[in-house]
Ligand binder design. Structure first.
Ligand code: UDP
Length: 476
């Protein structure tokens, strides 16, 4: 292939871990296909990545890959936690947009690498569509949610027009949602994204509505899901976009296509140092006996909620492995004393880490259940490994994911809007023992479909091939 026909893809995630990780995985798969990649990190995330990864060594192995970074508008030493995360969203338009435009212009003028032939931008970074249109570079949108979450978010303004949003009264919570085609018999108001509980006129709602509407201007959509899981909603999405590529679960597709994925850049995608000591603890536990507990990288708990979970877990008498990361408890960047107290009381049945090798844990034979906040990456990782879930969703698409897990795919139970030690104890016992029969058959069946989708000739495998081919054609 001539140098000037090598596809050069610029990849722009929202600068939050749950978005960076799948985007890095996609970047790596495209680099493996021989493409040039420019991955645009925020300065903050790049700084974190440099702490956990030897980037020059990675460039030696993958000469087509380059990181660049731009400011996200927040001070580099400020933890991205709590309400500050909303500021990150708003900064994308004021701070990141002009920086991204400058970056793209300089990439076009560079004599070192051929000019960008396509941009793949996060579904919440739609300013990139304006820049791409202005500079005449094709753009693809990649919202890192599942299809059900994405389809719901796209209907935010319909929900408002139909008076289904906002809602606040507890008595309204179980009313069925009727204004999202294809999801009429699935969602209740409490299953809508967390922002639907806010007053309509607030900056977050405005941001979500305008991003959802702008996203449709990118005629092509990439989704980290697989056809067999969400086919009816993918069909709905296909009526809005000329092309839709479902290529998930991406973390598993990477392992199929890149044999030595232990050195992969996406294994550093969580931008944090993992504590692998728990693997030895897991090795000592019986088959499918352990419940793994993690609420992802962003969700915060109150101190009372943390204590309720702890009592519920301890009282269930099941061994548990719990990620208690700094920042998990509101206002506690360092957990300090709370963590010590909990650790003391945990010794008999549990194990705590501040950050875990989650994919490895879910694949471990001792793990029999996952108590999760229902972030999309965690949901997919659990589905792929056939680990049934207890869902405790809090924000964004998590509420929708939790509902799909419990009432559509039947691969777990949803305990949204409750946090009581007795409920937690019972639901853990239900998942691990008493009601396991109800969900284990569908959990295994869906895991089998997930595995099939990333195998050679599987749906996601073939869709990635199609995407690679189409990206090549764009560069000619
Ligand atoms: N994760 C991890 N170690 C942990 C907790 C989470 O590696 O201790 C990873 C997890 O495997 C997943 C990601 O962090 O890929 C979290 O993404 P998700 O979409 O589930 O949630 P978010 O953090 O965006 O809320």
């Amino acid at each position: 292939m001539e140098r000037d026909t090598v596809p050069h893809v610029v990849i722009l995630p929202l600068p939050l871990l749950g978005h960076v990780k799948p985007m890095l995985t996609l970047a790596e798969l495209l680099c493996d296909a021989g493409f040039l990649i420019t991955f645009v990190n925020s300065d903050y995330n790049h700084d974190r990545l440099e702490r956990v990864m030897d980037i020059p060594a990675f460039y030696n192995r993958s000469p087509g890959f380059r990181f660049v970074s731009i400011s996200d508008g927040l001070p580099i030493d400020q933890p991205r936690l709590g309400p500050i995360i909303f500021q990150l969203f708003f900064n994308t338009r004021t701070v990141s947009k002009p920086l991204f435009r400058e970056l793209l212009i300089s990439l076009r003028q560079s004599t070192e690498r051929s000019p960008p032939t396509c941009i793949i931008a996060d579904g919440l970074m739609c300013f990139a569509i304006d820049v791409a249109e202005e500079l005449g570079v094709p753009i693809i949108t990649f919202p890192t949610h599942g299809s059900h979450g994405m389809w719901t978010i796209m209907h935010t303004s319909n929900l408002i027009e139909e008076g289904e949003v906002p809602f606040q009264e507890e008595s309204d919570m179980d009313k069925p949602i009727t204004s999202i085609p294809g999801m009429e018999s699935l969602l209740r108001r409490r299953d809508l994204p967390g922002n639907c509980r806010l007053e309509v006129e607030n900056p977050l709602m405005e941001f979500i509505i305008s991003e959802a509407s702008a996203m449709k201007r990118a005629s092509t959509l990439i989704l980290n899901t697989f056809e067999e899981l969400e086919a009816p909603i993918i069909a709905h999405l296909s009526s809005f976009f000329d092309k839709v590529y479902t290529i998930g679960p991406l973390h598993a597709l990477l392992k199929t296509r890149i044999k030595d994925s232990s050195q992969s850049v996406s294994s550093y995608g969580s931008l944090k140092k993992e504590d692998s000591s728990c693997m030895e603890w897991l090795n000592s536990k019986p088959l499918k006996s352990v419940i793994y507990v993690s609420f992802g990288s962003v969700v915060e708990l109150s101190r009372d909620q943390l204590i309720e979970f702890w009592h519920g877990l301890v009282n269930s008498r099941k061994p548990f492995l719990w990620v208690v990361r700094p920042g998990l408890v509101e206002g506690n960047e360092e957990l300090g004393q709370i963590s010590e107290e909990l650790e003391q009381g945990t010794k008999e049945k549990g194990y705590m880490v501040s950050w875990a090798p989650q994919e490895e844990i879910l694949a471990h034979p001792s793990v029999g259940g996952f108590l999760t906040h229902s972030g999309w990456n965690s949901t997919l990782e659990s589905i792929f490994e056939g680990v049934p879930m207890i869902c405790w969703p809090q924000v964004a698409d998590q509420q929708v994911n939790g509902r799909c897990v419990s009432n559509l795919w039947r691969v777990g139970f949803d305990m949204k809007d409750t946090c009581d030690r007795f409920i937690i104890e019972k639901i853990v016992r239900d998942l691990m023992e008493d009601k396991r029969e109800e969900i284990i058959r569908s959990t295994n069946e869906i895991a089998r479909m997930a595995r099939g989708s990333v195998k050679e000739n599987g749906s996601s495998y073939c869709n990635l091939e199609r995407l690679i081919e189409d990206l090549r054609l764009m560069s000619l």
